[in-house]
Design a protein around this ligand. Sequence first.
Ligand SMILES: [Zn+2]
Length: 367
Amino acid sequence: MTEEKKLVIASAYFASDKVIFAVRDDGAATGFRVDKVDAAGESVPDDQKMEEDLHSAVEGIKNLLTHTEKLRAVVLICPGPFRTIDKDSHLYGEISHNAEVRYWRKKNAIELFRKRLISEMGADTEDSEIYIYNQAGATAVGEYLHIYGNKIKRSKSRGKLHKQLGNHLYVVADYTIDAALIVEGEPFHGLSTMNVGHHAVIPVDEDDQTLELLQNRTHPERPCLNSLASLDAIKKRWSGMRSEEFSCCTDKSKISRIAFYIAQMLANVILSVSPAKIVIGGRIKDNPHMIPMIRQHIDYLLRDQENPEIYPGYPQINDLDSFIVEQDYRDSGVKGGLHVLARTLIKEHDESNIASFEAYKKGLYPL
Ligand SMILES: [Zn+2]
């Protein structure tokens, strides 16, 4: 007797320290289950770390499923940039040669994952669909829903509500610094995803030796945010300082220096898209002084000194505590990934667009 298996969708988020995975029922935003394990550590050779992390994700997803469930689709939320986001391209799934996480470079995450999936979970997964998505984008979607999900569900006019809520910027400040923007409820991307980590920032009060040490090889003449203020930069600046050490660092001059560069990037983005809120995630903000210092620097960089009480068009700056906030939901990345995946599946398989309305009713939309 063969029984009809219940379809589920899954996401796996590859952070530098953890592999986080989640599953939920297909076609409805229920049955959410999540778990995580440590990412491949020092004992694993660099050239095997990616495969090891993909393996952890397959194992993790397998453990979250019951024997009456079938995996319909998976989204891999990987370190970028990606070679292409065109799903029909033979390069889809490949990580770019300039990815900051070196051991992911030039490898095809989808191919490697599929191979492992079939060998671990059998022929049942041969037709499972696999997609990739960027980390800041998935986190942005998850965090936006975490903050406004209930409000959106109850709203009679979602389009109007999204307009009122305004643009939201999500920053993941970690080994690299990335960001994503939600515009009227939709994740924004142009031809590529936002890459604030390579935004030019002005080095202040740095000696030549430090600048040389932190120089980015791909664009040596242009100091960027990643090269000056990412966890990678922190490690290079202060004799191998790791993220855990930086989170309990009490040297205000060090924290302020990093906060100042992040604030420079934020100031430019604020001036470009005037977001209603900025949410900061990643391990750099784990230092309790970081976000308050970023707020101070934003005030310093953007306040109109001639008319300090009115900065036309940017009222957010008058209430920095609610304007710049910390990501408070740790699983936003995998949860956002599931939403993006559900939405992708509808778009991929819906030719008439009527199914979108069904999905909308089930609460899969707005994203
Ligand atoms: Zn750069």
